[in-house]
Design a protein around this ligand. Sequence first.
Ligand code: FES
Length: 105
Amino acid sequence: MTQWIPVASQDDLFDGASLSVDAQGSEVALFQIEGTVHAIDNICSHGDARLCDGFLLDYEIECPFHQGRFDLRTGAPTCEPVTAPVKVWSVKVDDGLIWIQVDSD
Ligand code: FES
């Protein structure tokens, strides 16, 4: 089963910004692009870098360590040296809050 949990206020994010949040023990990075919020694993699949500290290039996030890139919509790697994807989390905005879908027991 899954459930939606609130992780941030909508006011905490704006276009071009990123935010690191905790989703029941998982570190998730939020990004807002043209009013839409995207959520992926915050830790790079290539090393111990936080993608929320990277650089946004349209729908790609560039890792701050070795400049690997991921597509925020799919989690797919788009530039070496990253070869493994990161998880994309289902996200929604409702009632002024940003919600992430997590597994529940
Ligand atoms: S740690 Fe992200 S590209 Fe190396």
